[in-house]
Design a protein around this ligand. Structure first.
Ligand SMILES: Cc1cc2nc3c(=O)[nH]c(=O)nc-3n(C[C@H](O)[C@H](O)[C@H](O)COP(=O)(O)OP(=O)(O)OC[C@H]3O[C@@H](n4cnc5c(N)ncnc54)[C@H](O)[C@@H]3O)c2cc1C
Length: 369
């Protein structure tokens, strides 16, 4: 099962990955041994592939399920993201309702809300210590225009039936009680968000999936994906059902060029901050944090007393070309550090110990399906 091959995808630069137990981090699973017939073949061992396998295997343990992963389980976006497990929408309720109608939009939001306690429950049942905190999400306004933006968001949420329990207006003082930044003018807080350590969750989930009888083949590149059949560098797989769980990487396969647009995000992690700094900043609940700017940032206080601070990465590349995000890391990490210090001036001397980037996939319309 083990080998000392390096991870090629850049995930190892992330703070999350370096925080894994060495035995968990260095584990390599055997590649596909050759031509195979199964009931379900899933391509990609990130959250999409692993959660799909987990629930299928629990619903019907007799299913023969395999997951094919070109690298290591969790080495894509899932093992290196900002660690926000949120029930937030990628677009407005109105935009989704225009395509799917009001009832479906509301049902979808309720389903999203339910995923958060579900993640907690599975982590607990499977013994995964993913450093989960349920402090919710605090969106702050750091200039007067953003205050107006927050007011509009609140009005829209109320029109869509989101009550005080779902979203709460906070004055500057109330918001600063949660996270003490002098830049805060007002805030909105929702409980529907967890902060977690994504690499611990995804690697732990891979082990849980195996315990359910699913086989994960790593170091197995899928080169062609068609209904019922996959070609890989290790053999051909025939399956009654093929699940593409590639997200940002889908564009690398012929015929799937337009499934998702690959875009980039960059993250940094500070050194562990000393107790006297935390006494000033507070942030005990570990709520996730951002503000209303268009070029967003996203932050969490980690369980290890660092700040993980992320934001935009390289721009979309013509033709959905996927580039090594390392190329522009310096530029984006410096930009993120400036933003961090603007929020927390007491961190002007802080050392950024980790910076990394990654690819995720979005639909061209921005609307889920
Ligand atoms: C830096 C960053 C920060 C983010 N922050 C957040 C956040 O805080 N909250 C949030 O909700 N979302 C966040 N996202 C997005 C989120 O991480 C992704 O939407 C999610 O992880 C996608 O999971 P997935 O399983 O679909 O894809 P991935 O995790 O990318 O998994 C796809 C897998 O497919 C494998 N693969 C690729 N090509 C092939 C092939 N040809 N054959 C076999 N295997 C292949 C890859 O190696 C990878 O393991 C962030 C993303 C990034 C990059």
């Amino acid at each position: 099962m083990c080998s000392d091959r390096p991870v090629t995808s850049g995930v190892e630069q992330s703070w999350w990955w370096s925080d894994l137990e060495p035995a968990e981090r260095d584990l390599w699973r055997a590649p596909l041994p050759g031509d195979t017939d199964v009931d379900v073949a899933i391509v990609g061992a990130g959250f999409t592939g692993l959660w799909t396998a987990y629930y299928l295997a629990r619903l019907d343990p007799s299913l023969r399920i395999i997951i094919l992963e070109r690298d290591k389980a969790g080495s894509g976006a899932s093992g290196r993201n900002g660690g926000w497990a949120s029930a937030l929408l990628p677009t407005s309720w109105g935009a989704i309702a225009r395509t799917y109608g009001r009832e479906a939009t509301l049902a979808w939001q309720r389903a999203l809300d339910r995923t958060l306690p579900e993640i907690r429950q599975v982590a607990s049942r499977e013994g995964i210590d993913a450093h989960i905190a349920d402090g919710g999400y605090l969106k702050v306004a750091t200039n007067p225009a953003q205050v107006v933006g927050l007011q509009h968001s609140l009005e829209e949420a109320r029109a869509w039936g989101r009550g005080e329990d779902d979203l709460r207006w906070l004055s500057a003082a109330q918001a600063k009680d949660l996270v003490n930044s002098p830049a805060i003018l007002a805030g909105l807080h929702t409980p529907h968000c967890l902060a977690l350590q994504p690499a611990r969750l995804v690697r732990g989930l891979a082990l849980a999936v195996e315990r359910c009888g699913v086989t994960i083949h790593e170091d197995t590149l899928v080169t062609e994906l068609t209904p019922g059949q996959l070609r890989t560098t290790r053999g051909t797989v025939r399956a009654s059902v093929v699940v593409s769980a590639l997200e940002g990487y889908a564009a690398t396969l012929a015929g799937h060029h337009r499934d998702r647009l690959p875009v980039y995000s960059t993250l940094t992690a500070t050194e562990p901050l000393p107790e006297h700094v935390w006494q000033e900043i507070g942030w005990e609940s570990r709520c996730t944090l951002n503000d209303g700017r268009r070029q967003l940032f996203y932050a969490q206080r980690t369980a290890t007393c660092r700040i993980a601070f992320g934001g935009r990465g390289a721009p979309y590349r013509y033709g959905s070309k996927i580039e090594d995000p390392v190329a522009r890391l310096d530029h984006w990490a410096a930009h993120l550090r400036r933003l961090l210090v603007r929020l927390f001036p007491q961190l002007s001397d802080v050392t950024i110990t980790h910076r990394w980037g990654g690819v995720l996939g979005v639909r061209g319309t921005g609307c889920p399906r």
